[in-house]
Design a protein around this ligand. Structure first.
Ligand SMILES: Cc1cc2nc3c(=O)[nH]c(=O)nc-3n(C[C@H](O)[C@H](O)[C@H](O)COP(=O)(O)OP(=O)(O)OC[C@H]3O[C@@H](n4cnc5c(N)ncnc54)[C@H](O)[C@@H]3O)c2cc1C
Length: 413
């Protein structure tokens, strides 16, 4: 086969797609504005979430909505102007979160999630990066016994219907597992299958090296320069214009900016998040990633230090960083763990690429020959990148897909 494919965007989705295409003998040029792993795939919470069969839905409980509306929470904040602009997409998101529609979405999400561990391990093994994927699982702690019980009921559903494994820790069990946790909690759910990364950036660099070793190319270039070129596509890069018969849009939260120019306008929207690393006091450890429900952020012990990743911020595409959530989270984190100084000069900011139906867009763009989509993975893009890359490569090369791609079609909106 003499297919040539341009992959735009070198996050986890673009890199995985490019590797899978190279494995199938396709000529691949991966193009990114800044280089591999400069988007959300670099700075996320580092969880490969086998348990994430229930995607992050729009809250429908009045109490939760009122709390969020006050715009003082740790887990969600917003720029009022951005919220107005996003209103139609958020309304759709809310609509899709109704129990009936949500249960159909869960089935489609779970089908893709089921392969995440195998697909990650497959790429990491070939890239010599298996050591970055730690079998720690992750824990979600709860302050009240009632909340822990409710979470355990949901976890049982995830186990019975979707094969997800977990254990329930009581307060003493959690204290035993995390001896330096400075607060008492009623207990925790430990998602035992999930993997955690010690360094997401290092994983992406290993994947970039793997792609090069397989004969792929990685260039700098701006997707904004993409144009039609005869039957195919052309993009400007640091070594000049490059053309190919097909193009994959894997630009994360920026994807619709490019597809829109060619007539495809998916309702993609961004949910921002921040991170900061902290040194822990000498002689203290956090053994596994911890999301303390009452506090509303994730703490993951990584090679650089403990990475705190914040919840969601709604803001305009070009608005400056406003790391208010990090300022709110840090004092709470210091009450949970013996954290020392900050290790980054400034908070990192990234954007989760979200769709109103909580499902990614994987497949051909409607009515645009040779344009493929791989974006919109929301809160679980790190988890789903390798599975998406395999599915897209199979669709592009005409191989039978390893799972039914129907639920992720680009023309579903
Ligand atoms: C705070 C936070 C925590 C998260 N935690 C987790 C987690 O624990 N587990 C999980 O599974 N997911 C998590 N996510 C979600 C996950 O990180 C994203 O869904 C995923 O990284 C998206 O991958 P991507 O390849 O689609 O996009 P990205 O990683 O954003 O990659 C897009 C690439 O496109 C490039 N690009 C953009 N515009 C252009 C242009 N015009 N021209 C050329 N290149 C361009 C960028 O430079 C970038 O390299 C988190 C996200 C955030 C923000």
């Amino acid at each position: 086969m003499s297919k040539e494919v341009l992959v735009l965007g070198a996050g986890i989705v673009g890199l995985s797609t490019a590797i899978h295409l190279r494995r199938r003998g396709v000529s691949v040029v991966l193009v990114d504005k800044q280089g591999p792993g400069s988007g959300a795939s670099f700075g996320n919470g580092g969880l490969i979430q086998r348990e994430a069969v229930f995607p992050y839905r729009f809250p429908r409980e009045v109490g939760v909505l009122l709390r969020m509306a006050r715009n003082r929470s740790v887990d969600v904040s917003y720029h009022p102007c951005a919220l107005l602009r996003l209103a139609p997409r958020l309304l759709k998101y809310w609509w899709n979160s109704s129990p009936a529609r949500y249960s159909e979405i869960v089935i489609k999400e779970a089908a893709l999630i089921a392969s995440c561990l195998d697909e990650h391990l497959d790429l990491a093994r070939e890239a010599g990066a298996e050591h970055l994927l730690r079998p720690t699982g992750w824990r979600r702690s709860f302050s009240s016994g009632q909340d822990l019980e409710a979470a355990a009921t949901i976890a049982k559903t995830a186990r019975d219907e979707f094969g997800v494994n977990f254990s329930v820790l009581d307060g003493a069990g959690l204290a035993n597992a995390e001896p330096h946790l400075a607060v008492k909690r009623a207990g925790a759910i430990h998602w035992t299958d999930s993997l955690s990364l010690s360094d997401p950036g290092a994983l992406l660099n290993a994947h970039a090296d793997l792609l090069l070793s397989l004969g792929g190319h990685i260039l700098r270039g701006d997707a904004e320069s993409l144009t039609r070129h005869g039957e195919g596509w052309l993009v400007d890069t640091d070594i000049g214009p490059v053309d190919a018969s097909e193009v994959v849009i894997a630009l994360g939260a920026a994807s619709s900016r490019t597809t829109r120019r060619f007539g495809y306008k998916p309702p993609l929207f961004g949910k921002r998040g921040y991170h900061m690393h902290y040194r822990m006091r000498q002689g203290t450890v956090l053994n596994a990633p911890l999301l303390d429900t009452e506090s509303g952020f994730l703490l993951n012990p990584m090679s650089r230090g403990v990475r705190l990743t914040t919840g969601v911020e709604f803001a305009g595409e070009n608005d400056p960083a406003t790391p208010i959530q990090l300022e709110r989270s840090e004092p709470l984190a210091r009450r949970l763990l013996p954290l020392d100084e900050r290790l980054d000069p400034q908070p990192w900011l990234g954007v989760r690429p979200c769709m109103p139906d909580m499902l990614p867009v994987i497949g051909p763009a409607p009515g645009i020959a040779g344009l493929w989509c791989g974006f919109g993975h929301g809160h679980q893009g790190l988890t789903l990148g390798p599975s998406t890359g395999r599915l897209l490569a199979e669709l592009i090369t005409g191989e039978p897909p390893f799972i039914d791609p129907e639920g992720y079609r680009a023309d579903r909106f």
